[in-house]
Design a protein around this ligand. Structure first.
Ligand code: NAD
Ligand code: ZN
Length: 355
């Protein structure tokens, strides 16, 4: 079966395009008391961007904290706050921030119309009702969360997204000016998430022309950003992220992501840096990609933490190995149908020991 791929309905791109946000949201207001909720990364509290949010009197400004990556409990709590704000549904949910904030906005828009806890919907196509209209404004580029059909959530039992056609944003506003001010390490780690998406997609067994077309373009944009330091790097990184997300949407990620899910589950390691740490030891599987990644780290003066798995108990290590080896499609994409004969528990352990 071929997947019938859902895409974002509307895309706005360009420096300064954030100024059009208010007009776009207004088109969703069907009555004079229609209200919107702006889900905004609290890193922007007191910053100039906060004053530019086109908030109307009846709207809700919901600051969110992403020191920890999104959890199901946090999504449930935020959804309740939004439901209680006016006792009726908002006309739009607008997420302003990086991958974590965009995922929170997606999850809230889904949970406003689907009963019960978000833990019930972690998986594929479990969502029953369409979400409230939802819109993304990325302020950090690389994850591809602005285009994907998932919102990655850590729950009490598993780290798994709400994967559905309803998850896809109705609109994205891509304004490269908003990337200014991202700390350099974070810029690199999240940008490398995109680079790794491209390598895993292009080197994977699931590759097809759809994914290749987007992946190749995204990869060359990453090189212009992280090797050439092109003057239009913000614009280029924003499009690289979008295209990288499009590439994996119709293929899959691979070994680096599979291993990073283990780190994230046991150690709480954030997505971007986690992918960098795992990719760094995968030279045997992605030789050219890993060599170029190391070159990019050097050019940009980035050093990765080392020895992060050293203190783990055997039990924790076992959990980490179980989490990563549970991600069949990712390993199959990397190594083919017989991946289990290649990626044994000992092999995974040896990789984790190097991190
Ligand atoms: P993030 O959203 O977690 O943000 C990282 C840090 O950067 C935070 O401290 C944040 O406050 C700060 N930040 C964001 N924009 C800023 C700006 N303009 N200036 C200054 N600081 C800024 O980071 P991320 O790497 O974009 O997202 C990672 C999250 O995305 C993870 O939760 C991961 O699971 C998720 N993810 C989702 C998908 C998907 O398809 N839905 C794909 C990959 C990753
Ligand atoms: Zn990723």
């Amino acid at each position: 079966m071929f997947r019938n791929f859902r895409m974002i309905s509307n895309v706005l791109f360009g420096r300064g395009s954030f100024a059009q946000l208010g007009g776009i949201v207004d088109r969703q207001r069907s009555a004079s008391d229609s209200w919107a909720v702006y889900v905004v990364d609290d890193v922007f509290k007191g910053k100039p961007l906060a004053d530019r949010i086109p908030l109307q009197d009846q709207d809700m400004l919901l600051w969110v904290n992403v020191d920890d990556e999104p959890k199901t409990g946090y999504v449930d709590q935020l959804t309740l706050e939004v439901k209680r704000f006016k006792g009726e549904l908002p006309c739009a949910v607008i997420g302003i921030g990086g991958g974590s904030t965009m995922d929170l906005a997606k999850a809230i828009s889904l949970m406003l119309t689907n009963e019960g806890s978000s833990t019930l919907y972690q998986g594929w196509d479990l969502i029953n009702h369409p979400a409230v209209y939802h819109l993304a404004v990325p302020t950090l580029s690389g994850t591809g969360a602005e285009v994907s059909r998932t919102t990655v959530l850590t729950g009490p039992e598993k780290k798994l997204g709400l994967n559905s056609d309803y998850t896809v944003f109705d609109q994205v506003v891509l304004d490269p000016e908003l990337l200014r001010g991202v700390p350099k390490d974070q810029w690199f780690y999240t940008g490398m998430d995109c680079y790794i998406h491209c390598i895993e997609s292009l080197e994977g067994t699931y590759l097809n022309e759809f994914s290749k077309a987007y992946g190749e373009k995204s990869l060359s944009l990453c090189r212009e950003v992280f090797i050439d330091h092109h003057p239009d790097s913000e614009d280029k990184l924003m499009m690289a992220s979008f295209f990288g997300g499009m590439s994996i949407a119709y293929s899959q990620v691979g070994a680096s992501h599979a291993l990073s899910y283990g780190l994230s589950y046991v150690l709480g390691t954030h997505h971007g840096i986690g992918c960098c740490i795992t990719f760094d030891v995968l030279g045997e599987y992605y030789p050219e990609g890993v060599a170029e990644f190391k070159q990019m780290m050097e050019i940009n003066g980035i050093t990765l933490p080392k020895g992060i798995t050293r203190e783990l108990t055997d039990e924790q290590m076992d959990t980490m190995i179980n989490v990563t080896l549970g991600l069949d499609p990712l390993w199959e994409n990397c190594l083919g149908k017989d991946w289990k004969t290649v990626m044994t528990r000992d092999k995974v352990r040896a990789l984790y020991d190097q991190m």
